[in-house]
Write a new protein. Structure first.
Length: 58
């Protein structure tokens, strides 16, 4: 015979594994340091300022 499996525990284990996989995906997508976020914000501000300075008045 096969191994006896408690379905409640199996469901919980599966849910935990799925949550961990989602957390790993989120860490890659959103896991940036404060310094990285600030550098990106400064770069965006610099580009916006550069573009605003290059606009022609109509």
């Amino acid at each position: 015979m096969g191994e006896v499996v408690n379905l409640r525990m199996a469901r919980k284990a599966k849910k935990r594994e799925e949550a961990e996989a989602q957390a790993a995906t989120n860490r890659v997508a959103f896991g940036r340091t404060k310094a990285q976020r600030q550098a990106d914000a400064q770069e965006k501000a610099r580009i916006a300022k550069l573009l605003d300075g290059a606009k022609r008045e109509s």
